[in-house]
Design a protein. Structure first.
Length: 182
């Protein structure tokens, strides 16, 4: 299954990126229930993230392309949402910078490992958990209900802890992989 690109699981991953177009539109366009519609689309995107890996394993569609596009779709989707929420003043620039910096470093480290070893490392469970909690934490600023700001604050700090923990696991694997292939 290494060479196959257009599998159901990969199409689900690609759809996550495509779903950000209407999500961004509804986030930006003031109309009745625009934030709720955007949230619904984002939740559908989150569901595709859970579904693509399941389908890949169920249908034996695990591929190098899938190992790249699934986490890349996560990073693009999260990136679009956090940048838009920062522009609208719903989340802070420092938090967005932290999220984007972590994702960029992990992505570039993966490219470096691929160039040095030929190996495409899959996402780690700690990263999947961190990104899932991050995605759900963004529900609150997307909805922009001031009465729920305190819930977002809690989720934000839990997210920061999980992002830091998963980053340390990715860093450890990065250095171990480099050492193994020297």
């Amino acid at each position: 299954m290494q060479g196959k690109i257009f599998t159901i699981s990969n199409i689900l991953s690609l759809s996550r990126i495509a779903l950000m177009i209407p999500a961004a539109y509804f986030l930006e366009t003031p109309m009745r229930f625009h934030r709720e519609i955007a949230l619904f689309i984002i939740l559908v995107a989150i569901a595709t993230d859970a579904l693509d890996g399941y389908v890949a394993r169920l249908r034996n569609e695990i591929s190098d392309f899938g190992k790249i596009i699934d986490p890349l779709a996560d990073k693009i989707s999260i990136g679009i949402v956090v940048v838009m929420l920062t522009i609208f003043g719903d989340i802070s620039l420092w938090f967005t910078s932290l999220v984007l910096s972590r994702d960029l470093i992990i992505f570039l480290a993966g490219l470096y490992i691929r160039s040095k070893t030929g190996v495409i490392l899959p996402s780690l469970m700690s990263g999947k958990v961190a990104v899932t909690v991050l995605a759900f934490s963004l529900v609150f600023p997307v909805l922009h209900y001031p009465s729920l700001d305190w819930v977002y604050e809690i989720f934000q700090w839990v997210t920061i802890i999980l992002l830091a923990f998963s980053f340390s696991i990715y860093a450890k694997r990065f250095f171990e992989t480099l050492k193994e292939y020297k």
